[in-house]
Design a protein around this ligand. Structure first.
Ligand code: ADP
Length: 654
């Protein structure tokens, strides 16, 4: 096939523009990105080689850097899996990665907020899978020559980082990839170093890629003095220049070294290497599992939730499984429960077979034991953060709380521990509270943990359901994550205290026994007094409401909606509908405030003329405002606003 010219997709062009116009002052990272890609390509080939030995090269799997001062080029070779013509178009020519859109959106948002671009990028590059494009920060032109394992033909890809790239057939005798960067001029001010200087390159490799598990080789020139027979330097002779093939990285498996001997800086670099996230981890967890099975764990809690946290199938860089220091696969699903999918790191088992497959992993007894151990260690680490670093605990909960809460829906032992870390919003303060502190503040007679769940904090804080609780200074927890709707349904308890939804069932907040009797009698009398009105309102609202009753929870508002204890909440209904489930609409209960002047007025109208037309209008008005007050959606907002205007017009005319 002859040379073809392709145009980058609009997103790539935008991305390249950002890269070419140097969005990030630490340009050195392009090398880490290239080495990382090569290392991934070598992993892939090594894995394939387990079943298809013929695909493995005769030479060792390695990466080679080549510097050419005269041509001002830097070349990186690897004998990894390589790419086909299609791979090149798919992987390099377009951005298939879901994260790129988010990357660009985040960059724009930050630019709009006038955040310094140089500060904005470090944690974004790589995390969003834009690694390769970072080469255009340092290169005028990038050429890739690559041949995929198992294929006879090679392909050349070339671009100057403008809107287009070319693809052509090429010659390459072995499998793998060669990427050549035609470097921009050195510009220290702009962060562009001389990337043909071996010292500069050695430095960058040592700093960012030391633990890559394949040798990163480079021919390095050494000056050797001329020696005489006795081994003494002969004076006034020009030293000999000899070339030596050096391995630039130590390849040390950092998790096999005792924690006391590893600097935090080294752990952080390793975290960057495996995650492509360039923030520093919030927590480093090291642990050795001993007994029937042995394994070493090096796990990290990231500083921020990655963009793909909620796209489970897209999470690629998670927990890597090694067997006796040999990388096997990256499969967080086999090694951690879903609710810990934000944890990154390495698990190295001494006992598993090197041939272990993804399918076997799911059922393997050793893996199950390792998984249990890993969960315990992560939960221990979070407990430690909670007791020693409250600010970090807040950060952790903010980023990963909604994911941790998924663990509450499973009904296993971890749930109890997750509840210990849970930070909840409350009516008491703007600062979130731990459940433990809430329970300690509870009045002695309070039976359980009062809560209200909904879609936003503002709506919840203004909810009529809170009125009686506010009046009695009772603290209510407020839950706004969609997952809350699920675990709160599973009837968990914390320290033997049930979670009590304040918008379900009947609420009676009277603690004083005598008063309770007096109030009960009064309520019964009221109920008899209002009975006919309640029935009349119900008949007007029967399509939406299953009961109209007097409320124990309102002090200011005229009405609110509540559910029966086992009813689905409206939010849960919405979630299930979004998941495509056909569920019948749950009719709710309209509760009225018997002390509200409007309710008294309605009673008077009804007493005079039980068939008065206005009663239907007022019933609809009451129902609609109860829906709105809890942040709900009206089935027909247009009809409701017309109703309000009719009533208002009539009132203004009187
Ligand atoms: P990421 O590495 O985050 O996926 P990149 O833009 O750096 O993003 O690379 C895009 C893709 O190109 C890689 O996922 C890989 O499939 C392919 N690729 C890049 N470099 C190489 C290489 N040296 N060998 C084989 N494939 C590569």
């Amino acid at each position: 096939m002859s040379e073809q010219k392709h145009t980058f997709t609009a997103e790539v062009q935008e991305l390249l523009h950002l890269m070419v116009h140097s969005l990030y002052s630490n340009k050195d990272i392009f090398l880490r990105e290239l080495i990382s890609n090569s290392s991934d390509a070598l992993d892939k080939l090594r894995l394939l080689g387990i079943t298809q030995k013929e695909l493995l090269p005769n030479d060792e799997l390695h990466i080679r850097l080549e510097l050419n001062k005269d041509n001002k080029t830097l070349t990186i070779h690897d004998n990894g899996i390589g790419m086909s013509r299609d791979d090149l178009i798919k992987e390099i020519g377009t951005i298939a990665h879901s994260g790129t859109q988010s990357f660009l959106a985040t960059m724009k948002e930050r630019a709009q907020n006038q955040t310094d671009n140089a500060n904005a990028a470090p944690d974004l590059i790589g995390q969003f899978g834009v690694g390769f494009y970072s080469t255009f920060m340092v290169a005028k032109k990038v050429t890739i020559i690559t041949r995929r394992a198992g294929e006879d033909t090679a392909t050349k890809w070339e671009s100057t980082g403008d809107g287009t790239y070319t693809i052509d057939d090429a010659q390459k005798s072995e499998t793998g990839t060669i990427i050549t960067l035609a470097l921009k001029d050195v510009d220290e001010e702009d962060g562009l170093k001389d990337y043909t200087d071996p010292w500069v390159i050695k430095d960058i490799v040592k700093k960012h890629s030391d633990f890559v598990s394949y040798p990163i080789r480079m021919m390095v020139e050494h000056q050797e003095p001329v020696l005489d027979d006795k081994g003494k330097i002969v004076e006034n002779t020009v030293p000999k220049i000899i070339k030596k093939d050096e391995v630039l990285n130590s390849m040390k498996a950092i998790w096999t070294r005792p924690r006391s001997e590893v600097k935090d800086e080294e752990y952080k670099e390793f975290y960057h290497h495996i995650t492509h996230d360039y923030g520093d981890p919030l927590e480093i967890i090291t642990a050795n599992m001993e007994g029937n099975f042995s394994a070493r764990l090096l796990l990290f809690i990231p500083p921020k939730a990655p963009f793909d946290l909620y796209y489970r199938d897209k999470i690629s860089k998670g927990v890597q499984l090694y067997v006796k220091r040999v990388f096997i696969l990256d499969d967080w699903k086999a090694l951690l429960p879903e609710w810990l999918r934000f944890v990154k790191g390495v698990i190295d088992s001494e006992d598993l077979s090197l041939n272990v497959s993804r399918e076997i992993l799911q059922q393997d007894r050793q893996i199950q034991a390792i998984k249990k151990f890993a969960v315990k260690k992560v939960l221990d680490a979070i407990e430690n953060i909670k007791s020693k670093r409250p600010d970090d605990m807040k950060k952790l909960w903010q980023e990963f709380g909604p994911v941790l809460k998924e663990g509450l829906t499973l009904g296993d032992k971890s749930g109890e521990r997750i509840l210990e870390f849970m930070l909840c919003q409350s009516t008491n303060s703007n600062e979130p509270t731990f459940l433990n502190d809430y329970v300690e503040r509870m009045p002695e007679k309070q039976e359980g943990i009062y809560y209200l769940a909904g879609s936003s904090l503002d709506v919840l804080k203004g909810s009529p359901h809170l009125e009686a609780f506010k009046a009695k200074s009772l603290e209510v927890l407020l839950f706004t994550d969609p997952i809350d709707q699920f675990w709160l349904q599973s009837h968990l308890a914390y320290k033997d205290k049930k979670f009590i939804p304040i918008d379900k069932g009947a609420i009676d907040l009277e603690a004083d026994a005598d008063k309770e009797v007096a109030d009960k009698t009064k309520k019964e009398m009221d109920e008899a007094h209002y009975k006919d009105l309640l029935q009349c309102l119900r008949s007007h609202l029967q399509d939406d409401i299953k009961e109209v009753r007097l409320s124990g929870r309102l002090t200011d508002s005229a009405a609110c909606l509540v559910g029966d204890t086992h009813d689905l909440t409206p939010q849960m209904e919405e979630i299930m509908q979004r998941l495509g489930q056909q569920i019948p609409k749950t009719k709710r209960i309209l509760e009225l405030n018997r002390n509200h002047p409007f309710i008294e007025k309605l009673h008077a109208i009804h007493a005079t003329d039980p068939k008065a037309n206005d009663l239907e209008i007022y019933a609809k008005l009451l129902y609609g405002q109860a829906v709105l007050a809890e942040g709900g959606k009206l089935a027909n907002p247009g009809a409701y606003s017309r109703l309000i205007m009719d009533v208002a017009t009539k009132a203004a005319a009187n």
